[in-house]
Design a protein around this ligand. Structure first.
Ligand code: PLP
Length: 370
């Protein structure tokens, strides 16, 4: 319990028990903000110009973002009804959980994974079932399949896993989905798909091709690789009737015309944006390799972030980064996620990481060969 004053109205007990949402720190002028997996590059001028040309602010947007839907449908080779646009892919995730899972139902996901998952399950009134990651910070898909009961309504898998970094392989996912009952939703959260360089990684587009798995929905976003986090636009590809259920729970008109236009402009400028993604992925590989060289056990890093398994020392280690003007994301007792940011931040991160690793006890989970 906290010392917060009592809530003056009656709210659901499970909601009252949730800690109030607190966003990661905003960076000061001098600091590098490496806490939210944002894209360090400024938006392309062409994308900004297109966004500003979007329809007048006194008009509501097109509720279904149909131009963007059509564009993505063409790209994924699906029907327009097989695409759903949301104000960030997190909002689509919330819709899918709400559509499938209520009181008495179970939502399975790996832990540690994306912070939004437990919250989404609780808000829907359902029961969260967390399946621990393997010691090398990967999804334990065998254990996740074994956790399925007749109450399971949704399984969320995150690849690359936020915040630890490893991907699920295509072979692992194919074997897993065979074990999931065909009426249980599988959400494949691919928020970082564009940064993946591992050749054996699962690819949601390939999973959906052929239509063998109508219970799988793939989620992607314009927030990370395309650098539009501030505009809130993401999408789902999946079976039209499953997406209809999500649409039924959506708050109407959440996707603005400006977000839709910027997403369309980003697809037009994709080659240039993907070049930046390549730069970030290369920077990530360099950062991860140097951290391992310094003694950190960094797991496979396939997103735009790296994971330091700092365990019980997490808050102290995060404080050292903070003092050096590096805003990172600590998960107390577990580890620290550091986004791959500006080139100038890399050397600074390495300097602090190399100096703090020496103070960790021998045999510490964060120390040793990755
Ligand atoms: C960032 C992120 C998202 C998407 O965020 P939106 O900005 O809402 O599109 C979804 N899943 C994971 C795992 C993420 O890290």
């Amino acid at each position: 319990m906290t010392d917060a004053p009592e809530i003056p109205v009656r709210v659901r007990a499970e909601v009252a028990a949730l800690p109030p949402y607190k966003q990661g720190k905003q960076a000061g002028a001098e600091a590098f903000k490496l806490s939210s997996n944002e894209n360090p590059f400024d938006p392309l001028p062409g994308v900004l110009a297109r966004m500003q040309s979007a329809s007048a602010l006194n008009r509501y947007p097109d509720a279904a973002a149909n131009r963007l839907r059509a564009r993505l449908a063409e790209r994924f080779g699906v029907d327009v009804d097989g695409v759903h646009i949301g104000a960030g892919s997190v909002s689509i995730l919330a819709q899918l959980v709400q559509a499938t899972s209520g009181p008495g139902d179970e939502v399975i996901y790996a832990w540690r994974s994306f912070e939004a998952y437990p919250w989404l399950a609780v808000v829907a009134g359902s029961t969260a079932v967390q399946v621990p990651l393997t010691p090398d910070a990967r999804h334990d898909l065998d254990a996740m399949a074994a956790a399925i009961t007749e109450r399971t309504r949704a399984v969320i898998v995150c690849t690359p896993n936020n915040p630890t970094g490893p991907v699920i392989t295509q072979a692992e996912f194919d074997a897993f989905v065979e074990r999931v009952p065909s009426d249980v939703l599988v959400v494949l959260d691919e928020a970082y798909a564009e940064f993946v360089t591992a050749p054996d990684a699962v690819d949601g587009a390939r999973v959906l091709a052929g239509g063998a798995h109508p219970n799988v929905v793939v989620l992607r976003t314009f927030s990370k690789a395309f650098g539009l986090a501030g505009l809130r636009v993401g999408y789902a590809i999946g079976h039209p009737r499953v997406l209809d259920a999500a649409r039924s729970t959506a708050i109407p008109l959440s996707v603005t015309a400006h977000a839709e236009e910027a997403a369309l402009a980003s697809l037009d400028a994709e080659a240039e944006l993907i070049e930046r993604v390549r730069t970030i992925a290369e920077r990530r590989d360099r950062l991860a390799a140097a951290l391992r060289e310094a003694g950190w056990r960094v797991p496979e890093a396939q997103g735009n972030f790296v994971w330091l398994p700092s365990g019980a020392e997490t808050i102290e280690v995060a404080t050292a980064f903070d003092a050096a003007g590096l805003i990172v994301r600590p998960f107390a007792g577990d580890g620290i996620r550091i986004s791959v940011g500006e080139e100038e931040s890399v050397e600074k991160v390495l300097r602090i990481a190399a100096s703090v690793v020496k103070d960790l006890p021998q045999g510490h989970s964060g120390r040793g060969l990755a």
